[in-house]
Design a binder for this molecule. Structure first.
Ligand SMILES: [Zn+2]
Length: 133
């Protein structure tokens, strides 16, 4: 990937995961440039299809485009940070990320936003005044 493209994704993101909003500055592992629509599904390596992702979100999302809404069982795309607004689909509920929409529910479930380890890390950042960024 071109260094300039990587830099543009990083700057646009505010250096936080565009899925769970975790700030890269407090992460142990480097964040990754993620294809919102994976290349195997025809997604391009262009700014409008790339997002900054923490390794946890990126690992759990993989090349998936969506999942079954845990509430309705309907096939639903994941939250798309390029075309959708985070606050339309999620809200912070204490130290948990609560979904507001079917896309939000599938994303929270599959990307495991509220895994106990991640909630514990988020709690530390909230107490330090560093989350949400
Ligand atoms: Zn994340």
């Amino acid at each position: 990937m071109l260094l300039a493209l990587r830099q543009a994704v990083l700057e646009r993101s505010g250096e936080k995961c565009e899925y769970c909003l975790y700030p890269e500055a407090f992460a142990f592992l480097s964040f990754e440039i993620e294809h919102v629509v994976a290349e195997k599904h025809g997604g391009s390596t262009t700014l409008d299809n790339l997002a900054l992702s923490c390794p946890y979100c990126n690992h759990h999302k993989g090349t998936d485009l969506g999942s079954l809404d845990p509430e309705t069982g309907q096939l639903t795309p994941f939250f798309n940070p390029r075309t959708q607004s985070w606050t339309d689909h999620f809200r912070l509920d204490g130290d948990l990320i609560a979904p507001l929409t079917p896309e939000g529910r599938g994303t929270v479930a599959i990307l495991q936003f509220n895994h106990p380890d991640r909630v514990q890390e988020r709690q530390r950042l909230i107490q330090a005044g560093e989350y949400p960024p």
